[in-house]
Design a protein around this ligand. Structure first.
Ligand code: G4P
Length: 527
């Protein structure tokens, strides 16, 4: 049996976050290529097949199938065992995307150099901040026209509220992209594009070395010298502690498509990140190196076969070693059990596994017993991991069953689908479940809900989209909801835990509510 400490120490578990099209898939493919996990680029996910008619369930399933197989990828590189967590971006952007970040120990943020910080990155970033995980920035597509690097740094700092530390600095961009200067190694990695072929060369040079002119041209040399002087004088100091606590983001420039700067990024990133970190629980921090196995469920994937309402529960191992024959305790369910068909995903292939370690993600067969956030541990332990917050949905609809006689199935179906975490359901306070307000993070989930209610629960629904755009949990415990002074188009609702929330049509109304109700505390996360 492999040594527990050595196995855990070599684990690195991270998520890649970005706005669609920034280059997340391309970068992931390059990582996998370095790890030898895939033979050819272009096989991480069938993006082309993901562009589908959302009304077609088979297509939805196909896409969800794709997002399952690519949701966790494990490979080995230079002695490290790397788990990449995918955060689906396109139509299947959902609460799962947020929850996945709860399973990661760090995040790689891919930014398109011509676009800067975009909407989805902003949303995912906020979730990373909840846990103060280290965030590494890869500014991609430098082989295309790019924005001024100083502007990009400023935008990241102002928009995301994290300090930046450029590890390397770009020399030109687009057709004039000459490479990057590594500030620590004092090395130029030069880039030459020749009729679609790209050559990369490394050269250790002093920034004032006259040979630099031959390599990148006088104008670029001068700009680089000026830029580096400015950076050394004005940028934040390299501070490993600030990086580890998500306060300072190391920034790398490169081009995933041409495979420029990817390997140096991966190498530095792996050195700067940590093995699995301790996790908070009801009994204090859980040490990942403890010999006792523990894990929590962060994602539940419904079965594609409607005849079986079984599911796959994805869990992140937080401590110790998992063995496929071991008996574990499901804390919330109050039962001991064996996890059946434990599987892990290696690039595109799923395989049944015998063992796994802290930092790894395993998917297990779930006969409908697990919920998001549940703790699994060795039977002798009885702690619970800190729960996973609920994230604010952004699209809302009112739903009711067409046939009033189907009320039982309607309630059962919506409740079960909500338990899986695909949708959130809200009710108007003090009213029953005749009508339910459904909130989703990505609109594809509305189609999935409608289709599943019909096919799995035999209920047709009437869905009416609502104009609300924002929802906020009321954090004040002792508030009298009836006394709140709210604008006429703000609505009070309750979630299934009985917590009160406010639905707003625009951000102006949020400010209005805060202004008119002194002491009111609103949150984007339900904790
Ligand atoms: P995503 O997963 O973040 O959505 O992005 P993805 O990697 O799919 O990349 C989006 C598009 O950007 C792709 O082009 C990809 O080839 C391109 N791209 C990624 N990295 C770079 C880069 O460093 N430089 C340049 N110039 N382009 C890059 P596409 O035409 O939309 O798709 P495809 O037909 O190439 O798959």
């Amino acid at each position: 049996m492999a040594d527990l400490k050595t196995e855990i120490e070599r684990r690195r578990t991270f998520a890649i976050i970005s706005h669609p099209d920034a280059g997340k898939t391309t970068l992931t493919e390059k990582f996998l290529l370095y790890g030898g996990a895939i033979a050819l680029a272009g096989s991480v996910k069938g993006k082309k097949t993901a562009k589908h008619a959302v009304s077609d369930w088979m297509e939805i399933e196909k896409q969800r199938g794709i997002s399952v197989t690519s949701s966790v990828m494990q490979f080995n590189y230079e002695g490290y065992c790397i788990n990449i967590l995918d955060t689906p971006g396109h139509q299947d952007f959902s609460e799962d995307t947020y929850r996945t970040l709860m399973a990661a120990d760090s995040a790689v943020m891919v930014i398109d150099a011509s676009k800067g910080v975009e909407n989805q990155t902003r949303k995912l970033f906020k979730v990373c901040l909840l846990r103060d995980i280290p965030i590494f920035t890869f500014i991609n597509k430098m082989d295309r026209e790019a924005r001024d690097p100083f502007d990009l740094m400023e935008e990241i700092e102002n928009e995301l509220g994290i300090k930046t530390y450029p590890i390397n600095w770009p020399i030109g961009c687009g057709k004039e992209f000459k490479g990057v200067y590594d500030r620590h190694k004092k090395e130029i990695i030069s880039f030459t594009a020749n009729n679609g072929q790209h050559e990369v060369e490394k050269m250790e040079v002093d920034i004032n070395d006259p040979r630099l002119e031959t390599l990148i041209g006088e104008q670029h040399r001068q700009t680089l010298v000026d830029d580096i002087e400015l950076l050394d004088g004005a940028s934040y100091d390299f501070d490993m502690d600030a990086i580890r606590h998500g306060k300072l983001s190391p920034v790398f420039f490169g081009s995933a498509l041409t495979n420029f700067g990817v390997e140096p990024f991966l190498e530095d990133f792996l050195k700067m990140t940590t093995p699995p970190l301790p996790r908070d629980s009801s009994e204090g921090e859980v040490d990942p190196f403890s010999k006792d196995f523990s894990a929590f469920v962060f994602k539940i994937q419904a079965n594609m076969n409607k005849a079986h309402r079984d599911r796959i529960a994805f869990m992140r191992i937080c401590s110790g070693r998992f063995d496929k024959n071991m008996e574990v305790a499901h804390i919330q369910g109050g039962k001991n059990l064996k996890l059946s068909q434990p599987q892990q995903i290696m690039a595109q292939d799923r395989e049944i596994i015998d063992e796994a370690y802290a930092g790894d993600i395993i998917g297990v067969f779930d006969p409908g017993i697990f919920s998001i956030g549940d703790t699994i541990s060795v039977p002798s332990k009885k702690f619970e991991f800190a729960g996973i917050p609920t994230f604010a949905p952004e699209h809302f609809a009112r739903i009711r069953q067409k046939d009033t006689l189907k009320r039982k199935q309607f309630v059962k179906g919506t409740t079960q689908i909500a338990q899986e975490g695909a949708i959130q359901i809200f009710q108007e306070p003090f009213k029953g479940m005749e009508e339910v307000i459904v909130g989703v993070v990505g609109t594809l989930q509305f189609d999935v809900l409608e289709y599943r209610l019909k096919n799995e629960y035999n209920v047709d629904i009437i869905m009416e989209r609502l104009a609300y755009q924002y929802i906020r949990w009321i954090e004040n415990k002792d508030i009298d909801i009836k006394q709140l002074n709210l604008s006429s188009d703000t609505k009070v609702v309750q979630d299934f835990k009985g917590r009160f929330l406010l639905l707003f049509t625009d951000s102006w109304n949020i400010n209005w509510a805060l202004d008119k109700n002194k002491g009111l505390i609103l949150s984007e996360f339900g904790r």
